[in-house]
Write a protein of this length. Sequence first.
Length: 295
Amino acid sequence: VLHLRNPVSDENRGYLQADCEKCFGLCCVALRFSSFDGFPIDKEAGTACLNLKQDFKCSVHESLSQRGLKGCINFDCFGAGQKISQVSFAGRDWRGDKATAEVMFKSFMMMMQLHELLWYLEEALTFIPASSIYEELRSLLDETKRLSELSPDLLVEIDINAHRASVNMLLLQASELVRSEARSGQGDIHQGTQGRKAKSGKKKSIGRGADLMGADLRTTDLRGANLRGSYLIAANLKDNDLSGADLIGVDFRDADLRGADLSNSIFLTQTQVNSAKVDASTKLPTSLNHPAKRN
Ligand code: SF4
């Protein structure tokens, strides 16, 4: 059994889970989206979706899945919506004041990025093999929290790319520590080497940013693999063990994760899980909602 994660501290991420009841429907208005991506219409940023009601609830919430609105179902703001609505703007909504609306939407976009970084930093602090860098992780976590508490006018001025770059550097170090622990004593793990043949018969390379669309990876050893930014759209990972695999930015749309074990994978998000094919036999980290086990 691999001891990669401290489950107790992983419960610290509750504040990064979306609470739509406390949000002014920000994702349904602030974002630009298209019907091609599974949203109801093509619309510009700052225009409310036609299904957003006066009370900021969705009029088709109960039938999103029958309508094939995957974009809406899969979306996750990492709790940025309620933070902007209730903390940054102290309960003041965007209706009726164009200037407020503009700053609110911009700061929401910024808050989503900060909360996403907080999600990963909080998670990295649960990695047992990364204890040597906890101090740096805590300091960047505190700095990111401080930024997320700025007033809306200052929030929109943050140099998010520079901040993201420093966070990413540390997350990569945490990832290396976990992956090396996951690989130790487990024989040959395919890191940037040749993987299994895809259905086309052409070998696909496994590793950071790899194109693994539609690949049959059921028997490929992915424990401790670096899959950062890989395209696993419609890939078959059925019953595979992804312990210690770094899944940051992986595109899992329609990937088959039935029976797969992701409970010890790192940097997995709710959006990724929601966009994949999972069933009750899929094992997920405890910090995520299990789509097949919802009440
Ligand atoms: S359909 Fe509902 S959830 Fe989707 S964008 Fe419109 S209001 Fe939001």
